[in-house]
Design a protein around this ligand. Structure first.
Ligand SMILES: [Zn+2]
Ligand SMILES: [Zn+2]
Ligand SMILES: [Zn+2]
Length: 459
């Protein structure tokens, strides 16, 4: 059975995270979005770990559910959930993100890693070991430690050999293991002889799988995608679909290790357009200038406005690390629902699809911002019909049209087919999706005003 997993989330105890990020709310939003397995996140934080232990009970080897007295009997966020094949309860894995800041060579390294442990006891032991090493776990749900990425991996494997470490958002300039500012040129360089225990990486929003397929050392590793959500609305913006015989820590581990064969494997991932990420192109936010990889190659990495070095984008960084022998071995395939699937010609990696959030699709259909009442109420209507991910991937367009109108159905059709434009993000500024051209948008605005003069379109 297929399980959609979002294994990079944060609790209300992490910096800049919504106070709504509690386990029951996360479970409710998971149902609405169509997610089956979540990260319980931030287990290094003492107060949050107490909450995890209080609210969760084991539902299988290494997977947890909300205790029955906390589970809502009716899924209020999506009462019409028809997805009967989905597992009855949202499952949680015990996980956290750790920021390692340390010196290696003559360079300051700042690397973020996701850590997964199979049970409460292992979490207790890790937390104790980190405190013994002088780490302040109270300060942030995503703690900063002085331990190197390699020493952290060594520590968790010593606690339980099944532990997993997944370097996350690997290409971000400041915190990714491949980051241009404070990362490394290879996993080998970062983890030394323990690199063989790093079975997968998280792409992050600014890169998509086919960019990662070009990195030689990722050939036999899993390319995973999760949301890094700091609020419930952002959960599921990137997702990894696992095919699992039954959900358990070991089966998920086998899938990530690529040892589970057909029974336990990563079957596909759902991605943002990488251009939407904050660090896709090189540039300067304050100067309002960005360069594509080709422009960088031609003109260099210096800002024409302030003459200082650009913040290097992921697209350029990948070109630096991609092996020359790793040709762009991919092709595109349109499925029965009009979805453009990106597939690896060599079939070494699972396929993926690029999507846009449903609220953005609806907003595009009305030529308005996603924060309007109209968009929010239609989003809720559609989520009564099915989960957000099912609406985006599976619901027939004529059904979408019945609920949300012809323009939203057209916007969804374009998103599914990849017929959209994205202005790439750079230097911390998110990219922008354009489903309709400026002229089409102007026409939509006029049409919306004529059809529904009582609605305020921009709130
Ligand atoms: Zn991070
Ligand atoms: Zn994070
Ligand atoms: Zn500049």
């Amino acid at each position: 059975m297929t399980y959609l997993a979002d294994l990079h989330l944060h609790s209300k105890y992490s910096r800049a995270v919504s106070p709504k990020m509690t386990l029951p709310v996360m479970a409710d939003f998971a149902r609405q979005k169509g997610l089956d397995i979540l990260s319980a996140s931030d287990f290094t934080h003492p107060l949050w770990f107490k909450e995890i232990q209080m609210l969760l009970e084991e539902a299988g080897e290494g997977v947890y559910v909300l205790k029955s007295e906390i589970r809502s009997t009716k899924f209020e966020t999506n009462p019409n959930d028809q997805n009967l094949n989905a597992p009855k309860e949202v499952l949680f894995l015990l996980s956290t993100e750790i920021s390692s800041i340390y010196k290696q060579g003559d360079k300051l390294r700042r690397i973020h890693n996701l850590v997964f442990l199979p049970n409460f006891e292992a979490v207790e032991r890790l937390n104790k070991e980190l405190i013994n090493r002088g780490c302040n776990l109270n300060a942030d749900g995503r703690p900063i430690i002085g331990l190197s990425a390699k020493n952290l991996l060594e520590l968790i494997l010593g606690i339980d050999e099944r532990s997993l470490l997944i370097p996350c958002h690997v290409w971000t300039p400041h915190f990714g293991v491949y980051g241009s500012k404070s990362g490394f040129d290879s996993l080998e360089e970062a983890f030394g002889d323990l690199a063989k225990y790093v079975y997968g990486i998280e792409t992050g929003i600014s890169s998509d799988p086919e960019m990662n397929w070009r990195i030689g050392e990722l050939k036999n590793r899993s390319i995973l995608s999760f949301s890094d959500a700091h609020s419930p609305a952002n959960m599921g913006r990137e997702v990894t679909a696992f095919e699992l015989e039954k959900p358990s820590f070991e089966n998920i581990r086998q899938a990530i290790m690529r040892k589970g064969e057909e029974k336990n494997k990563v079957s596909y991932t759902i991605e943002f357009y990488p251009e939407e990420g904050k660090y896709h192109f090189s540039g300067h936010r304050n100067c309002g200038v960005s360069f594509t990889p080709d422009e960088t190659l031609e003109k260099g990495n210096i800002c024409p406005s302030c003459r200082r070095e650009f913040t290097e984008g992921v697209a350029v960084r990948i070109e630096q690390l991609a092996g020359p022998e790793m040709a762009k071995e991919y092709k595109e395939k349109i499925s029965e629902h009009g979805i453009k699937w990106h597939t690896d010609k060599t079939q070494n990696h699972p396929p993926y699809v690029k999507l846009v959030r449903l609220e953005q699709v609806i907003a595009a259909g009305f030529g308005t911002s996603p924060n309007t009442l109209k968009v929010k109420s239609l989003y809720a209507e559609l989520c009564k019909y099915d989960s957000e991910i099912n609406i985006l991937l599976k619901t027939p367009l004529n059904e979408v049209e019945k609920i949300a109108g012809v323009k939203v159905a057209e916007a969804l059709s374009r998103v599914r087919g990849g017929k959209i434009e994205v202005n790439a993000g750079f230097d911390g500024e998110y990219g922008r999706v354009k489903v309709f051209s400026d002229q089409e948008k102007a026409e939509l605005k006029i049409a919306a005003k004529v059809e529904a003069p009582q609605l305020s379109l921009d709130i």
